[in-house]
Ligand binder design. Structure first.
Ligand SMILES: Nc1ncnc2c1ncn2[C@@H]1O[C@H](COP(=O)(O)OP(=O)(O)OP(=O)(O)O)[C@@H](O)[C@H]1O
Length: 528
């Protein structure tokens, strides 16, 4: 019964509800089968043969086997008891009587006691031999199934069949950015052994389909030592899926990736020894202290027990949570949990580190501390890949980054390179003065300001209009700063309803917004 419960546990996410539901299902199936066989065994119905056949089949159901076993064992006990007291009584009243004489005194007993076999474990009913054998066989079968599922035999088999007969390849992208194309050419055209010598991480045509959804489409990338590569993108762009493929959490649909020459497809276990991973959601045990958690992972990483404390304290000091080291995980703040998760990724000094949104939930000061710590790690020769929604994080840490949209790279390069290519110009933000009277007045003021910007900055583009805020992207770099401020000051002094304005150089955020807007469009089109 226990292995069967274990197998069914794969069908549920929450242990308590899974246990309750499976107990309910087991008891119900046991009771229904028991009642059904009892009814079919009634001779008047003429269905005894069907009942007997079903009895053999139902013996595989743990609760049925248990229920009928208890019933049959009690029957044997009952008839043994009753028959022996009958014979004892009979012989006490008639000293020389044989068994046959006793049956002649009370003929109705003959049916039950004449061929009574007192053995509980006999094969034929009411013995429980069949029940025991079937329960043992079922137990073994379910146990073997558990091992097969645990060792991913079924999913590996399914994956191999899919790879051989139904492999789903990436889709070639039209009008791809030149940097992305160039990286693809390098990865596709260079000999594999040269690539693997040159780069710490090589990703070649990495593709993932979730049923018909192409979540990641043919990524190509090479990352060297002391590089921190950033994956930027809005929710659903495919960052986590890329990470999960790189860690071996999800199977690759096509393509391959290598970490220090170890292929994710064929040398997964060896590859996993080389990586440290900080997942998007903290995978920590609430009741352990931070020190115990670090110690546990250190032992798993093969660090000698005598060094565990030293390692834990060093990591806690590096990531600034030394004072919280002896607190239980459930007592830690969200930011400190992220620090703990990030430091777990560094245990054992892995050459490659994956960080999935490491600074989520951290205050700005803590973020800075983490950035500095990660910069030291990167400069120490490690390769880091991180995903983030934060431009600040990417600017601080990444030597190169890519913006991901709908599973493909839209642009690729260093922060400065991307800024120069895609965000040359200025960002102008104007706050419209809120009129006291009506919304119509606000609309009129906004339109007036839009006309003013349009007349004075010919190469400008309205990027965002939100309540009273207008955000422009001014691409004309020929106008000097002084002139631009002059124009805006004049506008503010005039009867235009400008409450405030700001003018600054365009940032990485502009690059991000330029590309991620495309994901919104696709999502909009896809949504019903
Ligand atoms: N287990 C899954 N089954 C089916 N589809 C999935 C699964 N996981 C992700 N997806 C889909 O794959 C696409 C990429 O999702 P993914 O989680 O990789 O995005 P992401 O960029 O990491 O987003 P976030 O920033 O929210 O973590 C989405 O369309 C998502 O719906």
């Amino acid at each position: 019964m226990i292995p069967m419960m274990y197998i069914s546990s794969y069908m549920f996410q929450v242990p308590s509800s899974g246990y309750t539901k499976m107990t309910f299902v087991n008891i119900t199936t046991g009771c229904v089968a028991f009642l059904l066989i009892q009814i079919l065994s009634t001779p008047d119905l003429g269905l005894v043969d069907i009942g007997n056949t079903l009895h053999w089949i139902f013996l595989i159901v743990p609760h049925y086997s248990l229920g009928t076993g208890i019933r049959d064992a009690y029957s044997v006990y009952f008839y043994n008891n009753e028959c022996s007291s009958f014979f004892d009584n009979c012989k006490s009243q008639c000293n020389n009587c044989t068994q046959e004489d006793c049956f002649n005194f009370l003929p109705s007993v003959r049916e039950y006691c004449e061929n009574l076999d007192p053995n509980y474990y006999k094969w034929e009913s009411p013995g429980i031999g069949r029940n025991i054998l079937f329960s043992v066989i079922a137990g073994f079968i379910f146990l073997i199934l558990v091992f097969m599922i645990e060792h991913k035999l079924f999913s590996n088999l399914k994956y191999r069949i899919q790879q051989k007969y139904f492999k789903r390849l990436h889709v070639e992208v039209q009008d791809e950015d030149q940097d992305v194309q160039m990286e693809k050419c390098v990865i596709r055209d260079t000999q594999q052994d040269v690539l693997l010598r040159q780069y710490n991480i090589v990703i070649k045509d990495l593709t993932k389909y979730y049923k018909s959804n192409l979540a990641v489409n043919g990524l190509c990338l090479g990352i060297k030592n002391s590089e921190c590569f950033g994956l930027l993108g809005i929710n659903g762009a495919g960052k986590t899926t890329t990470f999960k493929m790189l860690t071996g959490d999800v199977k690759i649909s096509s393509g391959d990736a290598w970490v220090r020459g170890r292929s994710i497809k064929s040398q997964l276990k060896e590859m996993q020894k080389l990586i440290g991973y900080c997942p998007q959601f903290d995978a920590l045990l609430d009741d352990l202290t931070a020190r115990e958690t670090l110690r546990m992972f250190a032992l798993l990483r093969g660090i000698p027990e005598s060094d565990c404390d030293k390692v834990s304290e060093k990591l806690a000091a590096d990531f600034d949570y030394l004072e919280h080291l002896n607190k239980q995980v459930k007592e830690l703040s969200g930011g400190n949990k992220r620090k703990l998760s990030t430091s777990i990724a560094l245990i054992g000094d892995p050459p490659v580190i994956y960080l999935d949104e490491p600074t989520t939930g951290m205050d700005p000061e803590t973020k800075r501390y983490l950035f500095n710590a990660l910069c030291r790690v990167r400069d120490g020769g490690k390769t880091i890949i991180l995903t983030s929604h934060s431009m600040e994080e990417c600017e601080a840490l990444c030597t190169r980054l890519a913006v991901m949209v709908n599973g493909i790279f839209k642009c690729l390069g260093s922060t400065q390179h991307l800024k120069s290519r895609f965000a040359e110009g200025y960002t102008l933000i104007i706050k419209v003065k809120k009129p006291k009277d009506s919304a119509a007045d606000l609309h009129a003021s906004t339109e007036e300001i839009k006309k003013f910007v349009c007349d004075n900055f010919q190469k400008s583009e309205l990027r965002e209009e939100y309540e009273e805020m207008l955000t422009y992207y001014v691409t004309d770099k020929s106008i000097p700063w002084s002139k631009m401020f002059g124009i805006l000051e004049k506008g503010k002094q005039s009867d235009l309803n400008i409450e405030d304005y700001s003018l600054c150089q365009s940032s990485l955020e502009q690059v991000f917004l330029t590309f991620t807007r495309q994901q919104n469009h696709v999502n909009d089109e896809q949504s019903p």
